[in-house]
Structure formats: C-alpha cells, structure tokens
Ligand binder design. Structure first.
Ligand code: MEV
Length: 311
C-alpha cells in the first residue's frame, strides 16, 4: 500500500476537566466534527502538511514538527511519509483539535505498516499530545480515537456510558484561543499554593461526575444540567473561567438551557449548554435555535451537536 487515510473525532468534556489530570473521573463524548489525514510513502524526509504549511520531522524546529517526529517515533517504521492533515475544529477551542489531528495522523501512518498497529496508534497520539500539553490526562486522545460517550480516569482509561436519550448540546465559542498547557499549569500552581482548595475541588468534581453518569444513563437531563452548573462553579473557583465564558453560560441558561459550563481547559475556548430534548425523535431542537440566536446577538458563534442515545 502506498497511501492510507485516518480519521478521528473532536470531543466535548461533559464534566470533570482539570480534576481528571489529578486522577479524578471525567465524562466526555466524541462529536461529529473532527480531523482527517492522508499518509503517502515518499522519498526523502518525512513531512507533514497542515494548515497550508509543510513541516519536516527532522530537523523539527517548532512544536508541530516536534510532535510529528515524536508521533512517527512511536509507530512501527514505515519509511519516509508525507502526511496531509486537516481539522474542522478550531485550534485552542477546547474541542480536542490537536488530539483529533494526532489520532488521525497516527492512524493514517499506522495503516501503511505491514502488521496492524492499533496499540501503537494510542502511544503515538499520546506522544504527539505531550508536545502541546505537557501533562495530558489522555481523555482528549481517548475521545478522538473511540468517540461515543464515556467515563474516563487516568488509571483505568475509558468505560462506555449509554445515554438513555440523545443529549442535545450547543457548543459556543468565546472566540479566544486558549492553551491547554498554560491552563493546566495555572491550575497546578494554584493547587500547590492552596492544597485545601485542590482537595475540595477534586472531591466535589468527583461527586458531580459520578452523579452525572447516573443521570445520563437514567435520562435525567434536568439533574444533569444542574450538575453541569455546579461543575462550572467549581471550575470558576479554580480561576479557569473568563467573562466571555460566564456570559455564554448565562445567555444559554436565560435562553432555556438546562445547564452550561466550560468544555476543555477554559481560559477562552468553548462552552457547552445542555438543551431540553425536543421529544418524539425530532431531528431539530427549538431550544438550540434560541440559545444559538442569543449567542449570535451577543456576538458569539456556536453550533449544535447530539450525543446519541445508547451508543
Ligand atoms: C482538556 O481538554 C482537558 C483537561 O482536563 C486537560 C487534560 O485532561 O489533559 C483540562
């Protein structure tokens, strides 16, 4: 084979970001938007084409090239490859763009190997992600690789959760790109200075996550929305919220969302707002239209996504 394709999904973290870095559980789901890659055998040095630029794996002079070199180093040697990759997720948008790219690129290159290399794909995507995020929990690459709705811990990885009903979410963008690495470091410094805050935040978020998993399986969207709001309060107490995030959450709740919070690292990026289900297997949701209109009127963009029941 001389050419192979790879795909991966973006993600939303329903509850538990940041605490998951410290071993607590979190809930996440893959979304329809994601990343794609095409790997082609070539002569000369391996290179990655991304965002209209071509980067060589050696010498790797910037983060993306370093990440590409680390990713290739974790895969079986397939010789020099040229990889073209694209993502329809905004970088720094809290929707797992870098993890989706890492998994899609690793899948495309691994598909050129003579023997199946699925386990190596996980290691390769993790090596890619470490260049950008320093101490990633692994939840973003897990969501990129498996999609669906799941509970995740660093120690035990992912366990599927089957929502009783579809979960309808609006994803709103602050329009501000944020660095997961910087936000995770900010929380680490805060937790070092304030160990009591660390312990209470992590314990509180753990309880919310466990209750939210039950609410998702029971189809209790009102309960889930409340738990998301409480999670947002704890995240704000960890200084990862911003005025734009709070504004998006407030607008969504006023427009009928059952709960709203940061998704991902915060400091900018995106929020998610949980909507009342339309009922009767409808494929559109008027509550979503109201939330998106409220965001649009205030100068923010967003889109609607659905976490499918039973998947
Ligand atoms: C980023 O999507 C989620 C964080 O919890 C970081 C991580 O888990 O690696 C903030």
């Amino acid at each position: 084979m001389t050419e192979a394709l790879g795909e991966a999904s973006g993600k939303v973290i329903l509850l538990g970001e940041h605490a998951v870095v410290y071993g607590a559980p979190a809930l996440a789901a893959g979304i329809e938007r994601g990343a794609r890659a095409r790997a082609t055998r070539c002569s000369g040095a391996s290179a990655l084409r991304l965002g209209g630029r071509e980067l060589r794996a050696a010498p790797a002079e910037e983060d993306v090239a370093r990440a590409f070199a680390a990713l290739l180093g974790a895969l079986p040697d397939v010789g020099p490859v040229r990889v073209e990759a694209e993502s329809d997720l905004p970088p720094g948008g809290g929707l797992g763009s870098s993890a989706a790219l890492g998994v899609a690129i690793a899948r495309s290159v691994a598909a050129l190997a003579p023997a199946p290399a699925a386990a190596a794909v996980t290691d390769a995507a993790a090596a890619w992600e470490r260049v950008f995020h320093g101490n990633p929990s692994g939840i973003d690459t897990t969501a990129a690789a498996r999609g669906g709705c799941f509970r995740f811990t660093r120690a035990h990885g992912a366990t599927s959760i089957a929502p009783r009903d579809d979960l309808w979410l609006c994803v709103g963008s602050t329009g501000v790109s944020s660095s997961t690495r910087i936000m995770v470091e900010l929380v680490a410094r805060l937790f070092e200075r304030k160990p009591t805050l660390a312990a209470t935040s992590i314990a509180g978020i753990t309880a919310l996550v466990e209750n939210a998993a039950l609410a998702i399986e029971a189809g209790d969207v009102v309960g889930l929305g409340r738990l998301m709001d409480l999670n947002q309060m704890l995240l704000a107490g960890m200084f990862v919220s911003t005025e734009a995030i709070e504004a998006l959450c407030k607008l969504a709740r006023e427009a009928g969302a059952l709960g709203a919070k940061i998704t991902g690292a915060g400091g900018g990026g995106s929020v998610i707002a949980l909507l009342p289900p339309p009922g009767g297997g409808a494929t559109s949701n008027v509550a979503a239209d109201r939330v998106l209109a409220a965001w649009r009127d205030a100068g923010y963009s967003g889109f609607v996504t659905r976490v499918k029941a039973g998947v």
